[in-house]
Design a protein. Structure first.
Length: 385
């Protein structure tokens, strides 16, 4: 079976979608799937991605996020899809791309592939809601969010299946009336992301709090910046901000005035990410609209307790695993209190919390278990030969 993933939001330097594609290309070919990935980039190209193939089509950059590109209108996507002749196409972004894919597949007629969508980004709440709050008066912002969900339902309802990484999100979409929603989760390479024997903390004995991820407004990092001075005052902790993105300058300016904070480059190798998380006393996540949060799952797999919003996929992982402390989403004081609470606990208590988190990931979120669920989803919609 040949599966082709198409997304408008793939960056060579960051992102959970990149990790998802890497892991699919690593494990699914061993189960008999031929994996191809199509994304816009700086130039046309074709390169190995694990045991699969990444195809890039030249397109313009996104003005506010230049590490991402856009598909150009025209026939390039169609020519590539017709050449690949997939059995299943998985669409990873849901604005203009679904219709572009359908038009591109039209030459294949009724013998074309099944199209499924993966809900990687909660765009009604993560993108539309904050923008509407800033720009629209009165209650019009709520109306804009309702329209966004109506649009989302329209897009997802046309897929043969909608794949999601969070059970909470699966229930939400089903309540909206989206048909054939399938929870598949996402996974962690538990052999790479594992606890380390060395005790956490830096050489001065200060506890270490680490954020690994994209620096961008939708990640709500302002909550952490607003809480940090109080957290440091009460705990003496050090904060590592690891990643890149459009809010890089804001992170750098914040750190420049605080010896307790460091901004560190994006880490491409999973082993380096794992080392950073495993060497931390606490991992912190700030966005309440994540559809899974690989960073949360990877921290839990490393045996590192997590502080994150008690909403969305981060809250689901924390609550189900018992591997961290949740805070009221969107509240900087609540985030600060949760960090102080967890950092004030004994090392034995934090280690026990870490053990619970690790056990939950090993049981439910290895890439092998996710691959089984993905393969079953593809087989359920694959057109009969």
């Amino acid at each position: 079976m040949r599966v082709v993933d198409v997304t408008s939001f793939f960056s060579a330097k960051s992102g959970g979608i990149k990790r998802y594609y890497r892991e699919k290309a690593r494990i699914l070919p061993g189960r008999g799937l031929d994996c191809h990935f199509i994304a816009p980039g700086a130039a046309d190209g074709e390169a190995p991605l694990g045991e699969g193939t990444l195809h890039t089509l030249a397109g313009p950059t996104v003005p506010w996020s230049p590490e991402y590109h856009l598909f150009r209108p025209g026939g390039a996507l169609g020519r590539l899809l017709v050449r690949l002749r997939p059995d299943v196409v998985e669409v990873g972004s849901h604005y203009l791309l679904p219709d572009m894919v359908r038009r591109a597949l039209a030459p294949l007629g009724s013998g074309g592939p099944a199209i499924v969508g993966f809900f990687h980004t909660d765009f009604p709440r993560q993108l539309v809601e904050p923008l509407a709050r800033r720009l629209l008066p009165g209650g019009l912002d709520r109306g804009a969010v309702r329209l966004a969900w109506r649009f989302a339902r329209h897009q997802f309802d046309r897929y043969a299946a909608t794949l999601v990484a969070s059970r909470q999100l699966a229930a939400w979409l089903s309540e909206l009336g989206v048909r054939n929603v399938r929870w598949v989760g996402l996974g962690v390479d538990i052999d790479t992301f594992h606890p380390v024997a060395a005790p956490p903390g830096d050489r001065a004995g200060a506890p270490v709090v680490t954020y690994v991820g994209r620096f961008s407004p939708e990640k709500e990092l302002g909550l952490l910046l607003g809480a940090w001075d109080d957290v440091h005052h009460h705990t003496g902790a050090r904060l590592r901000l690891i990643g890149n993105g459009p809010s890089q300058a804001t992170m750098a300016a914040f750190a420049a005035e605080r010896p307790s904070v460091s901004v560190e480059p994006y880490l491409d190798r999973p082993s380096d990410v794992a080392l950073a998380l495993a060497a931390s006393d606490v991992a912190v996540l700030t966005s309440g609209t994540e559809t899974f949060s690989l960073a949360t799952a990877e921290a839990l797999s490393c045996g590192t307790p997590v502080v994150g919003p008690a909403r969305g996929a981060v809250g689901e992982l924390i609550a189900d695993s018992g591997g961290g402390v949740g805070f009221a989403a969107g509240s900087s004081p609540a985030l600060g209190s949760a960090l102080v609470d967890l950092l004030s606990r004994s090392s034995d208590e934090r280690r026990e919390m870490g053990r619970r988190g690790r056990a939950h990931i090993v049981t439910h979120f290895t890439w092998a278990t996710v691959a089984t669920r993905l393969t079953q989803a593809y087989e359920s919609v694959r057109p009969a030969c």
